[in-house]
Write a protein that binds this ligand. Structure first.
Ligand SMILES: [Fe+2]
Ligand SMILES: [Fe+2]
Length: 329
């Protein structure tokens, strides 16, 4: 067996690019992912040294300040703010993304339990899905602890998203393929953003570095399972279900990626960020659009591979600003 190094665990599932697996290889993959969940898993309190002095969350820590590479961080409005306001906005955005992540994981866990209950007795997915539910529970504890310690106000989902969330949970049982597109819609963009942050070489506070390392490691398994599940199941869907899946996917991805990439309404209000600054940073910013297109890139490629990105659907992706960015000459 290959040694269980961090690099190995990180690389293993996300690099695995194969078409639909036969029953035997699929069961072996699930057994391997489940085994990894046993030997490489984290506890929100045992594995994050919350009380170490270097892990203290200080709103005046300049390492929270958004870089010039960030859509908001590069605006003249942001750069004109005092250092304490800039660092607070940066920290507040992290808190609000963690709160969104926590709420997403709550929907995810309940949908996964619905999915597990719908499986036939002895299904290979059952054990793995329970590992995933447990891991998401630890992530949520970790995010909640961060938000609690930061002490900045965060709001829950608006009512219209709560209605959508209740529907998504049911899909775990009634339409698991759509449910797992939702899973990828939540997990893939944030995984992309976190990997990018860690790879940027920029100095980030140790507490957020630790949380990202834990999250990336465990999410690699979740993403791997969702992709393989879709590869196996989508080809068996009826034409109607394929139609629904292909048209809802870009809408789901459009909403979820922006929830993880733009400041919440609470932040905009708290710091009085002018509307035109939001427009400049996000709505009319080519660089932000390109980053969003990049963040949903892996899901887009998977859907294309499954024949769910053709004709009118491709136009819908384009309309929503999520199609592949034009190749740079
Ligand atoms: Fe998670
Ligand atoms: Fe996950």
């Amino acid at each position: 067996m290959t040694p269980n190094t961090e690099a190995n665990v990180l690389a293993m599932p996300s690099e695995e690019r194969v078409s639909a697996l036969d029953d035997e290889r699929y069961a072996a993959l699930l057994a391997r992912l489940s085994h990894q969940s046993v030997v490489k898993h984290y506890d929100a309190f045992a594995d994050v040294a919350w009380d170490s002095p270097e892990m203290r969350i200080d709103p005046d820590d300049p390492r929270w300040i958004l870089s010039e590479d960030d859509p908001l961080g590069r605006t003249a409005w942001y750069r004109a703010q005092p250092a304490g306001v800039r660092s607070r906005i940066g920290l507040h955005m992290v808190c609000s993304f963690m709160q969104v992540g926590l709420e997403f994981e709550s929907v995810l866990q309940r949908g996964l339990l619905n999915f597990a209950q719908s499986l036939p007795h002895g299904a290979p997915e059952f054990r793995y899905v329970y590992h995933e539910v447990i891991e998401e529970g630890q992530h949520s504890l970790m995010f909640a602890e961060f938000v609690r310690r930061a002490g900045l106000p965060v709001r829950g989902l608006p009512w219209w998203q709560k209605i959508g969330a209740a529907q998504v949970m049911r899909f775990g049982r009634t339409f698991p393929e759509l449910f797992f597109v939702f899973v990828l819609g939540g997990e893939d963009p944030i995984d992309h953003v976190q990997r990018r942050a860690l790879a940027s070489g920029r100095e980030v506070p140790p507490v957020i570095r630790r949380i990202m390392q834990i999250h990336i490691t465990e999410e690699a398994r979740h993403l791997c399972f969702a992709r393989h599940f879709l590869r196996r199941r989508v080809p068996q869907l009826s034409a109607l279900r394929r139609f629904i899946l292909s048209h809802r996917a870009p809408v789901i991805l459009g909403i979820m990626s922006q929830m993880m990439m733009r400041p919440s309404a609470t932040i905009v209000r708290t710091y009085g960020i002018p509307k035109e600054v939001i427009r400049e940073a996000y709505t009319h910013n080519v660089a932000h659009r390109a980053r969003t297109q990049e963040a949903v890139g892996k899901v887009r490629s998977l859907l294309a591979e499954l024949g769910l990105y053709e004709g009118g659907v491709a136009r819908l992706w384009k309309l929503l600003g999520l199609a592949a960015p034009p190749a740079v000459a």
